[in-house]
Ligand binder design. Structure first.
Ligand code: PSU
Ligand code: MN
Length: 305
């Protein structure tokens, strides 16, 4: 397996020094946000990770290699290029074998992080069960990855482009812990609240780190969702954003958008309908996740090294 994996100099050094490392995904850069905001977000997030005592490892596929940690030029490439595949579990081998440029989704970033022995991963939001999945069967591969791969994902919950009730049901069936950090309910990405109460919440990063350590020492395979609400000052008005999401979902249906194109289409549409306000919220919540996720990575690293 090692022949396919390439650590950046910064990540290699962090490994040698036993420092905490935080995995970051690249689909959020290539397919989740427009240029140049995407590259600026990626750089700022990496800096936040460093400022909080950990080392960032943005993951992507380049020229037949799984890169764990990107250079600044590579971040720019993934933000700018129109020729980047969105790589989920099913696509990974083909994109590596054919030496294409690939941006990793939450699912694939988890796979690659585990290969590189990185346990904590920060992103914006996870994929989930889409609205209407009872007929389309559109359920993100992120959920099955969370069931089988030992990486914790720090995110701001899931967007209500998804069916949050079904997403939580699915995670429960698959045995994936959803841990609320400073929240009793599942946050809904652009907003702090939803009607869904979580069954484990804590205000302590140390307790989350201890829980992850215990889970994996018990050989309970699979990841965990660490649900970290968007900061109050950046949260969007619930009725406003939910109205927009409903319109965006309707347009996706009318246009017959399906499969891997659905999530990028909806994100772009929501940005357009909010005149960019959703993008600002999205960037702020990722930055907050980077701070919390780095603190978690440091705490977890101190317990396990
Ligand atoms: N949610 C976001 N931004 C994103 C994604 C989700 O707010 O960029 C990306 C992540 O990479 C996630 C993927 O893994 O979309 C889910 O895609 P799908 O629904 O096709 O599984
Ligand atoms: Mn899907």
């Amino acid at each position: 397996m090692k022949q396919y994996i390439e650590l950046s100099a910064e990540v290699q050094k962090a490994k040698e020094e036993g420092k905490a490392i935080v995995a970051l995904e690249s689909t959020i850069i290539s397919h989740g946000m427009p240029y140049p905001q995407n590259v600026q977000m990626a750089r700022e997030v990496e800096q936040i990770v460093r400022d909080n005592g950990a080392v960032p490892a943005t993951i992507a596929i380049i020229d037949g290699k799984i890169k764990i940690g990107l250079t600044d030029e590579e971040l720019e490439l993934f933000g700018k290029s129109k020729d980047v595949a969105k790589v989920s579990r099913r696509d990974l081998a083909a994109i590596v074998a054919t030496k294409k440029l690939g941006a990793t989704t939450v699912a694939t970033t988890m796979i690659c992080a585990e290969m590189a022995d990185i346990s904590i991963f920060v992103t914006g939001g996870i994929g989930g069960v889409h609205r209407g999945a009872e007929t389309t069967m559109d359920i993100s591969a992120d959920l099955d990855e969370l069931a089988q791969t030992n990486v914790a994902v720090v995110c701001a919950g899931a967007k209500s482009i998804l069916d949050l009730a079904l997403t939580l049901e699915y995670l429960e069936t698959k045995g994936v812990p959803v841990i609320g950090y400073e929240t009793e309910v599942l946050p809904a990405f652009y907003t702090r609240n939803s009607e869904f109460k979580l069954n484990f919440s804590t205000d302590s990063i140390d307790v989350i780190a201890e829980t992850l350590k215990t889970k994996w020492e018990l050989n309970l395979k699979g990841g965990a969702v660490i649900a970290n609400p968007i900061p109050e000052e950046h949260a969007m008005d619930e009725d406003y954003i939910n109205g927009i999401i409903t319109d965006a979902v309707k347009e996706a249906e009318e246009k017959g958008i399906s499969g891997k194109d659905t999530t990028p289409f909806l994100l772009g549409k929501i940005k357009e309908l909010t005149e960019g306000k959703s993008l600002v919220a999205n960037i702020e919540l990722v930055k907050h996740n980077a701070k919390v996720g780095s603190q978690l990575a440091v705490s977890f690293n101190n317990k396990t090294k």
